[in-house]
Design a protein around this ligand. Structure first.
Ligand code: SF4
Length: 357
């Protein structure tokens, strides 16, 4: 592929880097997939190591959440609406797909508004949307909730597992020399959050998009800045290599909307445990739309398969093929862990694009 002059120079910087090893964590699952798909891994020298991180919302959703959704569907008679990937993620005993094959009502949608529309058309049924995701997808759930309230839809609820990335960076501090920050999430948060964590916690990273030019430019920026850090010329860095899309302030309007209906809470991330202040739950005044409250769900402690090492994959401690059941007992057709299910998961990316890297 033809690169612009600037991107070609960036590619040379990356290709020719032969200093001490630089570890770069792709926070976003889409970056992991695009880096594979575009053949960028093949151009990297051994001294630049890419490791996959926790930025796939389906992958970091804990087993207990799947168990709650299965309970709603099978025991409480609630019709579940969800994004597609979540349906095949194994719970402690069964997935939502298993529940569906046992007669539970589970439907894939592309937007929470589809679930709300169904609820409006079927007032005799209880409808729950599985509200999973980071800063990018949370506003969609909140808009559906806002409309449900204003249109007095009484049979609609959310099962929340929404997450915010900032506390996760602190939990992952030290995992890499720099993060490749997620492009989509950054459109919401803006650069301010990265400047803050660089200053307060000395966490470094670069925001980038998804083309070859954008990714190699970001990697060349990481190389230059890490060299400056190692030379004692700076303590940390936060760079925007996606300025056509990501601004300093992000989307204050979307953040304000989310803040009106949700508040931060401690929440569990698969593989990372409970990270204080990293979740979003409905504010108390909207609790009748909270499926956990509405259907009095008990506290659930989910248990992943003991063979699954998704937790270590999500923290960048091992590569997918270091898991003993990768590619044999665990495949995209028969996933044992969430990282093999999701189209953004690290295990599915390695499986699809080649495990020899
Ligand atoms: Fe989990 Fe499967 Fe990945 Fe192993 S290969 S870590 S079981 S998703």
């Amino acid at each position: 592929m033809a690169l612009s002059k600037g991107a070609a120079e960036a590619a040379e910087i990356v290709r020719n880097y032969d200093g001490p090893k630089i570890r770069v964590m792709e926070v976003c699952g889409t970056h992991t997939h695009e880096i594979f798909r575009l053949g960028i891994r093949q151009m990297l020298p051994e001294s630049i190591e890419l490791i996959s991180g926790p930025g796939c919302p389906v992958c970091v959703t804990p087993v207990g959440y799947i168990d709650e959704a299965v309970m709603l569907a099978l025991e409480k008679g609630v019709k579940i609406f969800t994004f597609g990937d979540l349906i095949r993620v194994p719970g402690t005993k069964k997935s939502l797909a298993d529940a569906h094959s046992e007669g539970a009502e589970v439907q894939i949608v592309y937007s929470p508004m589809d679930a709300l529309d169904y609820a409006k058309a079927h007032p005799e049924e209880e409808v729950c949307f599985l509200s999973v995701g980071f800063e990018t997808t949370t506003p969609g759930s909140v808009i559906a909730l806002r409309n449900a309230i204003s249109e007095k839809v009484e049979n609609f609820s959310l099962l929340t597992a929404n997450k915010i990335m900032e506390p996760a960076y602190l939990a992952l501090k030290g995992s890499a020399d720099a993060f490749l920050y997620p492009g989509h999430v950054s459109t919401m948060t803006g650069m301010e959050v990265y400047r803050k964590i660089a200053k307060e916690w000395q966490i470094s990273g670069v925001v980038t998009g998804f083309t070859t030019s954008e990714i190699v430019t970001a990697l060349a920026t990481v190389v230059r800045r890490v060299e400056e850090v190692r030379a004692g010329e700076r303590e940390s860095f936060a760079e925007n290599c996606y300025p056509s899309v990501v601004t300093e302030e992000g989307s204050p309007a979307a953040r304000k909307l989310v803040d009106k209906y949700m508040e931060p809470c401690d929440t569990e991330w698969r593989g990372l445990g409970i990270i204080p202040g990293s979740g979003m739950k409905l504010r108390d005044e909207f609790s009748k739309y909270d499926a956990r409250v509405r259907f009095q769900l008990p506290k659930v402690q989910g248990k992943a398969s003991p063979a699954c090492r998704c937790g270590e994959v999500l923290r960048g401690l091992i590569r997918p093929m270091d898991c003993k059941i990768y590619g044999n007992a665990c495949t995209p057709e028969h996933p044992v862990g969430a990282c093999m299910v999701s189209s953004e998961g690290a295990c599915s990316a390695y499986y699809k694009y080649g495990d020899t890297l």
